[in-house]
Each structure stands twice: as structure tokens, then as C-alpha cells.
Design a protein around this ligand. Structure first.
Ligand code: ATP
Ligand code: MG
Length: 366
């Protein structure tokens, strides 16, 4: 695709700290762009509060706007105390429906230790943890959501479906990503690690087999394998070995949170969920109702998600101004967070969301 003069961004603030972190993200995105008018932001309603007020959590007009926009930017959705009669959380419909209806098959979770953040793994320095988890977002056990069985109150079952098409496309994306990155921190090697449980479950053995086949098209990238149980150890002991990790839905969910914990927690972690036609960007954390409205939420995960959005849009449309702006957000965060006075509460500091966002915007302006 070619660059556009203007990109439409559908913005959904959501619940809890959603509106606070979303505002922070939008401010950073605008500050990063030399030409502010390049993005047109339009707000749409969705979430748990909306459901309480109207009985609808994700209006069809919001869905249509998200589908037709160039990208979707989101705060956070869902409130645990707002539940439907069947016990499910209507606030979570937004993310789930986007994922399945827009076929956002790649969940991209960069795990990067920024300067100023002390890793829970104390012997690792910034620059030594810098890998990406690529989680398949539409298959496996989670795709069967609600489709499982409980027999006579005695036996429960869920089925994990892994398809060749679904595996090929996520593995291919992993190799493309490895090609475009600088490689693993420790040795600079371009490496895709396929994380599975091929020794026990057929569906994962199939995932591994397909990964091996796809790898033949990428002889310049090393292919490596890890079983999920061993992987949890490796990500604690030697995170510097990893470059791109590709894995099935449920395992990706689990190791993404583990990875986030090693780089400052959920408040520091951005997410991109992308398909062939749409991209959805939000922090990895939820709506954190316990700290909502107090101005202390860590906005960095959402700000970094804004960076991912600019980079994704830029690469998709071959628009270098956007690619540059995405990289600048990442660098600005690195500059700001190394000031102990600007550490957020979840990293042991006392800085407010607004103070941190101000500093990021200032770094972007300078
Ligand atoms: P979800 O169901 O959406 O995954 P969750 O139940 O895992 O949500 P979160 O809302 O992600 O829970 O947050 C868990 C706790 O972590 C919050 O209650 C809050 O104390 C803390 N937390 C989450 N995000 C942030 C943030 N951006 N800044 C500071 N603290 C946060
Ligand atoms: Mg969670």
C-alpha cells in the first residue's frame, strides 16, 4: 500500500483506567508526529459502563467504524463487577469480537527492558531483554470458547483446534518479523523459537511440523524449538537468548504475562493484535478498577502501544514518517523512565500518569 494523506483512527476509551491511559497514549502519538493532521481520531463507545447504561456493550456502529478505520486504539475494557446473568463480563466483548470478527490472528507482545526499569530478574540490564512473543490469536483451546462439554457434572472437556492455514500464517509472520529485527540481544542471531508441547499433544506436534515446513523458506533465520514447560524456565534464566517466539494461543497468553513481569509488569507492556486488514492496539493490562480515577495508572504500556500502531501503519503504507514516529516513542520512553522522579507507582515510584505523559511529550518535542 502507498502512504495516505490522512489515516482514520477509531478510538475507544473503555472502562476503569482505560480513559486515563488512552488520553496519555493519544497525547504521545500526536507529539511524535511532525504533522499532527496526518491522523484523524474519532471516538466510539464500547465497554462495561456502556452495557450498564444501555444494555449493549459493543454497538454495531462502533464495530463498523473499527472495521473501516486504518487502525483501532483502545484504553482498556471490562469491569469484574459488571456481569451478565450467565456470569460472563460483557465489557470483554469488545476485544474478543474484534479479534474473531476481524480475524486479528497475530497477537504481538514485545518484551523489552527499558532503561530505568529494574527487572524482576535483577541480573539483567536494559538492552539484554528484547524479544517479541507472537501469539496465535484465533485458534487452540480459546477458539472453542463456550464450545466445551460437561458430562453429567462429572467430566469436562475442551477441544483445541490447530489448522495448517492458521499455523502457516502466524509462523510466516514470525519469520518476517525476525528478518526485520536486529536479532537476539545475546548473539545478534535472527532466531524464531517455536514454543509448543509437541511431545505430548498431537495438535502441538502438528504446529511444530508446520513451523518446520515454513522455515524452509527462511534459511537466513535460525529455527529453534522449546517445550512450554522448559520455556518458562528459559524466559527467567536466559531471556537474552530470544529474538522472536511463536506459539499457540493459550501458551502465548501465559508466557506473555511471564515476559511482562520480567520487564516491569503489565503497566509497561504494549500489545498489537493484527490481521491482514486491521490492527488493534492497547496495553497488555486490564481496566484496573482499583486505581481508576486516581491519576496514578502507569500510562507507558498504552504509550508504547501507540508507538506500535504508528510503526505498523507506517510499514503497511510504506510511510517513513510514521515508522520514524513509532521509533521515537520507544526512545522517548527510554529517556523518561530512567529519571527516578518519573517512575510510576507500579514500578515503585510516585509519578502521576500526567507527569509521565508530559515528560514523554516533552522528550518527543525535543
Ligand atoms: P484482564 O481481565 O483485562 O486481564 P486483570 O484482571 O488481569 O484484567 P488488570 O486490570 O490488568 O487485571 O490489573 C491487575 C492489577 O494490576 C490492577 O488491579 C492494578 O492494581 C495493577 N495494574 C494494572 N494495570 C496497571 C497500570 N497501567 N498502572 C498501574 N497498575 C496497574
Ligand atoms: Mg489478566
Amino acid at each position: 500500500m502507498t502512504p495516505k494523506t490522512r489515516y482514520e483512527i477509531a478510538v475507544v476509551h473503555g472502562d476503569g483506567i482505560g480513559p486515563e491511559v488512552c488520553e496519555a497514549g493519544l497525547r504521545a502519538i500526536k507529539a511524535a508526529l511532525p504533522d499532527e493532521g496526518k491522523l484523524a481520531f474519532r471516538e466510539y463507545p464500547a465497554g462495561a459502563r456502556l452495557w450498564q447504561e444501555t444494555g449493549v456493550s459493543f454497538p454495531e456502529e462502533t464495530f463498523n467504524a473499527c472495521r473501516d478505520a486504518d487502525a483501532i486504539f483502545h484504553g482498556a475494557a471490562g469491569l469484574p463487577e459488571v456481569t451478565a446473568p450467565d456470569g460472563t463480563e460483557p465489557g470483554l466483548d469488545f476485544g474478543l469480537q474484534l479479534r474473531f470478527r476481524l480475524d486479528l490472528y497475530a497477537n504481538i507482545r514485545p518484551i523489552k527492558l527499558h532503561p530505568g526499569v529494574t527487572s524482576a530478574l535483577r541480573h539483567f540490564e536494559p538492552g539484554e531483554i528484547d524479544y517479541v512473543i507472537l501469539r496465535e490469536n484465533t485458534e487452540g483451546f480459546y477458539a472453542a470458547r463456550g464450545g466445551g462439554n460437561v458430562v453429567r457434572g462429572e467430566i469436562a472437556s475442551d477441544t483445541s483446534i490447530i489448522t495448517r492455514k492458521g499455523t502457516e500464517r502466524i509462523v510466516r509472520k514470525a519469520f518476517e518479523l525476525a528478518r526485520s529485527r536486529n536479532g537476539a540481544p545475546r548473539d545478534g542471531r535472527k532466531r524464531v523459537t517455536c514454543c509448543d508441547k509437541a511431545n505430548v499433544l498431537r495438535s502441538y506436534a502438528f504446529f511444530r511440523r508446520v513451523a518446520r515446513e515454513v522455515a524452509e523458506d527462511y534459511p537466513d533465520v535460525e529455527l529453534d524449538f522449546a517445550l512450554i514447560d522448559a520455556m518458562t524456565v528459559h524466559l527467567v534464566k536466559r531471556p537474552d537468548f530470544y529474538d522472536v517466539i511463536v506459539t499457540e494461543n493459550m501458551f502465548g497468553d501465559i508466557i506473555s504475562d511471564l515476559g511482562a513481569a520480567t520487564v516491569g509488569g503489565m503497566g509497561m507492556s504494549p500489545t498489537a493484535e493484527v490481521g491482514d486488514d486491521n490492527g488493534f492496539f492497547q496495553a497488555a493490562h486490564g481496566s484496573a478498577p482499583d486505581i481508576a480515577g486516581r491519576g496514578i495508572a502507569n500510562p507507558i504500556g498504552t504509550i508504547l502501544s501507540g508507538g506500535l500502531m504508528l510503526t505498523w501503519l507506517g510499514e503497511r503504507h510504506r510511510d517513513n514518517a510514521l515508522i520514524d514516529a513509532g521509533a521515537r516513542i520507544d526512545r522517548a520512553v527510554g529517556k523518561v523512565i530512567r529519571d527516578p522522579g518519573l517512575l510510576p507507582g507500579d514500578l515503585g515510584g510516585t509519578a502521576t500518569s500526567v507527569a509521565i505523559t508530559d515528560a514523554v511529550c516533552e522528550a518527543l518535542a525535543g
